[in-house]
Design a protein around this ligand. Structure first.
Ligand SMILES: [Zn+2]
Length: 427
């Protein structure tokens, strides 16, 4: 089997909270040795002096639009954008058309991703049949086929007894229920409800629309002992509920998106549809709470909520544009550039939130760390290399991001997927 010896890698030692230098030996698709100095005459040497070696990123929340809306994205272009952004494993959300609510659909996604040969795609199955919120889908069957979690993402499971049973199933099938926490009966708002949204005449989407749903789902997790993960948390009120639940030992984890960590309603063009996301970009206060919650562990992971839309769907008025923005190609660099290099977030907190922590939540035991026996899914990161986020840079079929034209400092230069070394430009 082919051997590769990565020399002089800057590696994060999470136990000691220190940066250390390591040599990493890969054989085939596996890491076989990690030491201060490794010698192997038969290995091809890759010297990465001055650069970081991280585990391949794991994104727990992406929309690949296949089947049904392949003009926005498909599994091939989406998994390519992921790999280009340093993501070696990505969870694909099931709100496609039709939704991923059966074993056959799960098989389809896994096969398509294998054919494409970019990032590994792990499908999330729906909680309910047709994602309609009424009848549980075949969770056990889908899990057997390779679904790693279950969610009706895009909609909240409004029926409490259905959600209760889903959480009970999460124990029986040793899986995770992901909640898109939004009580949409409260409003059909499009912007964070505030004095600003009122002044601008945009229909408000109050924080309570999320918080009510977060609270109920936590109560059901408490009742059942089930395994709950809350997607794209955006409000400081939700964080208080989650923090309290964690302190009481409720089995809940949650994620934040790069958009909510970086943007604030007071600072954006409220009429630009590129900023329209669900949940909406909230206040500066919420943004500050999200960052603090990431540092204190209330928020477990960062997930992209990569949501591609064609240009003509976004080049319309704010009211009629669809929700969502893309970020798979560049989110790590953007977060590094905006938060880590400005000392707002430590490199350790950022890397943990996109590697071993999502691996732990979704029980991906063979990845997320640089250690003997783990998959050789690795990324080489040059903290000094700058680039501009351009349409040409983005491998996603869609370009709907307000960060187009942004210059960032810190770039992946190589991605190693199961032992296969790729230059970032060739992805
Ligand atoms: Zn969602």
């Amino acid at each position: 089997m082919k051997k590769i010896l990565i020399k002089n890698a800057k590696v994060l030692d999470f136990e000691k909270g220190k940066e250390i230098l390591r040599d990493v030996l890969i054989e085939g698709d596996t890491i076989v040795d990690v030491k201060e100095s490794v010698l192997d005459e038969n290995a091809e040497v890759l010297d990465i002096e001055g650069k970081y070696l991280f585990p391949g990123l794991i994104d727990a929340h992406a929309h690949f639009r296949e089947p049904g809306e392949e003009y926005k994205e498909d599994i091939k272009s989406g998994s390519r954008a992921a790999l280009h952004g340093g993501v070696t494993t990505v969870l694909a959300m099931p709100n496609t058309k039709p939704p991923l609510d059966s074993r056959a659909m799960i098989d389809f996604v896994i096969e398509r991703a294998k054919e494409a040969g970019y990032a590994e795609v792990l499908p999330v199955g729906t909680i309910t049949k047709g994602r309609e919120g009424e009848e549980l889908a075949e969770i056990g069957d889908m899990k057997e086929g390779g679904a790693v979690a279950f969610s009706d993402d895009g909609s909240w499971v409004r029926n409490s007894s259905v959600m209760r049973r889903a959480l009970e199933y999460s124990i029986a099938f040793d899986t995770v229920i992901i909640s898109h926490a939004e009580d949409s009966s409260l409003s059909h708002g499009i912007a964070h409800e505030s004095v600003l949204s009122y002044e601008m005449g945009l229909e408000g989407y109050p924080a309570q629309q999320e918080e009510i749903a977060v609270f109920r789902d936590i109560k059901l997790a408490e009742l059942t002992g089930g395994r709950l993960h809350i997607a794209h948390v955006s409000s400081s009120g939700s964080l208080k509920i989650i923090k309290d639940a964690k302190e009481r030992g409720v089995n809940v984890t949650c994620e934040v998106t790069p958009n909510h960590l970086l943007l604030a309603q007071e600072e954006i063009d409220l009429f630009n549809p590129l900023y329209k996301v669900n949940p909406p970009v909230r206040s500066r206060n919420d943004r500050a709470s999200l960052l603090n919650a990431l540092k204190d562990g209330t928020i477990d992971i960062i997930a992209t909520d990569h949501a591609p839309h064609n240009w003509y769907e976004k080049e319309t008025d704010f009211n009629s544009a669809p929700f969502g923005m893309i970020s798979l190609d560049f989110y790590f660099s953007l977060l590094y550039s905006e938060l880590v290099s400005n000392n707002k977030l430590s490199l350790f907190d950022l890397v943990a939130a996109v590697t071993y922590k999502p691996a732990e939540i979704f029980k991906l035991k063979d990845r997320g760390r640089i250690a003997k026996g783990f998959l050789a899914d690795l990324v080489v990161f040059d903290p000094r290399k700058e680039f501009v986020i351009t349409e040409e840079f983005i491998r996603s079929k869609s370009k709907n991001t307000p960060f187009l034209g942004k210059k960032v400092k810190g770039s992946f230069v190589k991605v190693i997927k199961k032992g296969r070394v790729l230059d970032i430009e060739e992805i």
